[in-house]
Design a protein around this ligand. Structure first.
Ligand SMILES: Nc1nc2c(ncn2[C@@H]2O[C@H](COP(=O)(O)OP(=O)(O)OP(=O)(O)O)[C@@H](O)[C@H]2O)c(=O)[nH]1
Ligand SMILES: [Mg+2]
Length: 372
């Protein structure tokens, strides 16, 4: 994000769970929300759930300042019905959710199970990934072509100012069209922040960061990390990442107490933090860092786009704090824990005084001094 530009929408984590029929979307939703989230059917054939982003640093900071309240970063998950069935483009509520999502979580079936038939007849993650991307690109191509038709009229009949803006947009959309026609998802090709801003209202689906989630069978849990690494090698890109999970197992574990779950994991050879890893990957994919405010009333974790400034961090907390910004006192979370308190840090000269343009680092504990 360019310095000085603030966009709160960039700091949210709204993930749409998508994929083919019966790939395990709802099971992934249960796995990710079951343990520490709330799911509510909203009556639109879609479930939404909020999950608190697990972050050990937050709890240690809260213990240090004896916080009365702890507020983690919240991730929103949407369990959508299967898309592109019989070639239909997403529309209605599911279409709206998709258009608004910050990233897509593509659940790719990798588990073998004869009693759950695959719509294409066989289990083939590579084929599904390619076909699903092709659907996203086809959808985007339709959006771009319709927009170009409209712009053509604007440019021919509009006033000079409108005409210029229209021509600029046409140039950008022609570029976008070229990428799509070359069979490339937009997310890995378009990285210029100005382009992204200009395209942000079109709901282009292949432009959204994508986390491929290979849903492996119970017999493959111990190979999960290797499967994820392989998929990353093959399909990864600037805005495409791969992870693996055994959704069915994780959904079951999410219903147990942490101790019981840990014991089962050990027995099954399942890696620890199966669902945490997925959420962490999503955070990285979205280019978000975490900073903290360590108040006694409320100790809180906040997300901010990587490269965001102290002033933008202040704006995340409250617009008044941003408006009245004087300076920020900043210390790395670990250093604060070592020193024991803000007072001690100040005495030892470890509490840094930073101005508006300071670039916030992951793990910073920030106290903004401001005028109202
Ligand atoms: N063995 C195994 N079965 C799974 C796994 N994940 C999902 N399933 C099974 O696959 C079937 C479909 O799972 P769902 O989570 O309902 O799939 P979905 O993608 O939400 O399906 P639709 O919403 O109907 O498109 C269920 O019978 C699940 O129990 C897994 O990791 N292992
Ligand atoms: Mg489902």
């Amino acid at each position: 994000m360019a310095p000085g530009v603030r966009d709160d929408t960039l700091a949210t984590m709204d993930l749409a769970i998508v994929g083919l029929p019966q790939s395990g979307k709802t099971t992934v939703f249960k796995a990710l929300t079951g343990g520490h989230g709330s799911a509510s059917a909203d009556g639109r054939g879609e479930s939404v759930g909020a999950v608190k982003l697990p972050d050990d640093r937050l709890y240690r900071l809260a213990a240090l300042v004896k916080a009365k309240k702890i507020t983690p970063i919240e991730v929103f998950l949407h369990d959508l019905p299967a898309l592109f069935q019989r070639g239909a483009a997403p529309s209605g509520p599911a279409g709206e959710t998709l258009a608004r999502a910050d990233a897509l979580l593509h659940v790719v079936r990798a588990f073998d199970r004869p009693d759950v038939p695959h719509p294409s007849g066989s289990v083939d993650p590579g084929r599904d990934i390619t076909e699903f991307d092709a659907e996203l690109m086809l959808f985007d191509l339709g959006v771009v072509e319709r927009r170009l038709e409209k712009l053509d009229i604007t440019v021919r009949s509009g006033r000079p100012g409108e005409r210029e803006a229209g021509e600029r947009e046409i140039a950008l959309l022609q570029r976008v069209k070229g990428v799509l026609e070359a069979d490339k998802p937009l997310r890995n090709e378009l990285t210029n922040p100005d382009d992204l801003r200009a395209l942000s209202n079109f709901g282009l689906l292949s432009l959204k960061p994508m986390l491929l989630l290979l849903n492996v069978g119970e017999d493959k849990v111990s190979e999960q990390a290797a499967i994820a690494a392989q998929a990353q090698e093959k399909y990864g890109g600037p805005k495409t990442r791969a992870a693996a999970i055994c959704a069915k197992l994780e959904a079951e574990l999410a219903e147990l107490s942490p101790d019981e779950a840990a014991e089962f994991r050990l027995d099954l050879g399942a890696p620890a933090g199966g669902t945490e890893v997925v959420l962490e990957q999503a955070r990285e994919l979205l280019g978000l860092l975490t900073f903290f405010t360590a108040g006694e009333k409320d100790t809180r974790a906040w997300s901010l786009p990587v490269g965001g400034t102290a002033l933008q961090a202040a704006g995340r907390i409250h617009t008044d704090i941003e408006r009245g910004f004087i300076r920020a006192e900043v210390i790395d979370w670990q250093k604060l824990l070592e020193l024991g308190s803000h007072g001690e840090a100040r005495k030892k000269g470890q509490l840094r005084q930073e101005g508006k343009t300071y670039v916030v680092q992951d793990g910073d504990v920030i106290n903004v001094l401001f005028n109202v």
